[in-house]
Design a protein around this ligand. Structure first.
Ligand code: NCD
Length: 311
């Protein structure tokens, strides 16, 4: 098979919409190869700067740990309040400073559009590690990779996206990533948490989508359930949050009607939508997803910094 040119070399990863099926196929193929023989020390001359203006556990740790495994360095401010942001420094000055010190910036911010802006003003690649309720492209890459690993395919699967579809950025990136394939998508949420109308119209032109208010009616048809946390911090009105909090959940009663090979995913962190008793069921694959996170981010860093990858 003829190898494609590395589509990630020196590239910004701002939106999943900037990547198409051949790019994803390429990434997943290299990830499969890297899984068995990590190119240790291949990034020993490279460094990344982590700029997280919002909390993170998995995204941040997986990027740091990926860079460590490849022999590279990472720097960061532990918390924006330790940086000159606290003294009122504007974002562009902070970005331009980090851009001088490292070879790529991993950026998470509460405002939409910040990663795109950063990619316009910085010389080094920007990786969007979450922008407002808009996008989280590397999460979508690892989510699709996990589905492929667990189910062997994406086409024709019945995939439910369940929970806070209004504010969950991983939902949007995942749906756009899935629009490169032919799954049947079931959007399941309480009415106030339904997908925002404009993306729904756009996504309906690319994907076979049906909308539901609860999982009970469709659970027996599903191959994958991707559950999300209610995004308390993104509600403009906390009373609106209070009205819907705790209004959806996966439990053993529900799972009693599931297919035996149903795959349960969650980008994490979770609140109460998947209780810990579910972790012991055969369906729970969200920690495999966490593990794919490090592999996909290692692969991305390798490809961003290595023009002619031998993997
Ligand atoms: C998600 C995020 O930050 O959008 N977390 C993650 O990166 N895995 C999901 C969330 O916060 O609910």
């Amino acid at each position: 098979m003829k190898r494609l040119k590395n589509p990630f070399y020196n590239r910004d990863i701002v939106s999943i919409k900037d990547f198409q099926r051949p790019d994803l196929d390429y990434l997943f193929q290299v990830a499969d190869n890297i899984k068995t023989s990590l190119p240790n020390d291949s990034l020993s001359t490279k460094s990344i700067g982590l700029m997280f203006f919002e909390p993170s556990t998995r995204t941040r740790l997986s990027f740091e740990s990926a860079m460590n495994s490849l022999g590279g360095k990472s720097i960061s401010f532990g918390n924006p309040s330790d940086s000159s942001t606290q003294k009122g420094e504007n974002l562009s000055d902070s970005l331009l400073t980090m851009d001088q010190y490292v070879d790529a910036i991993i950026l998470r911010h509460a405002s939409e559009g910040v990663s795109r802006y950063a990619s316009e003003i910085c010389t080094n690649p920007i990786i969007n590690a979450g922008s407002g309720s808009e996008e989280h492209p590397t999460q979508a890459m690892l989510d699709v990779y996990t589905i492929l690993n667990e189910c062997g395919k994406v086409d024709d699967l019945n995939i439910a996206i369940f929970g806070d579809l209004k504010y969950g950025r991983t939902v949007y990136s995942l749906l756009y990533a899935l629009s490169n394939y032919k799954p049947n998508i079931h959007l399941v949420s309480p009415k106030p948490l339904q997908l925002r109308p404009d993306p729904l119209i756009e996504l309906k032109s690319k994907l076979n989508i049906s909308v539901h208010e609860n999982l009970q009616d469709i659970i027996s048809d599903l191959d994958v359930i991707y559950t999300t946390r209610i995004q308390k911090e993104r509600f403009p009105d906390l009373q609106e949050y209070e009205r819907v909090k705790g209004s959806y959940k996966i439990d053993n009663n529900l799972l009693a009607k599931a297919k035996e090979n149903l795959v349960l995913l969650h980008p994490m962190p979770r609140s109460d939508e998947i209780p810990s008793e579910i972790d012991n069921t055969v369906y729970a694959k969200y920690f495999n997803q966490v593990s794919s996170g490090k592999l996909i981010r290692s692969t991305l860093l390798h490809l961003i910094f290595t023009e002619n990858s031998s993997f």
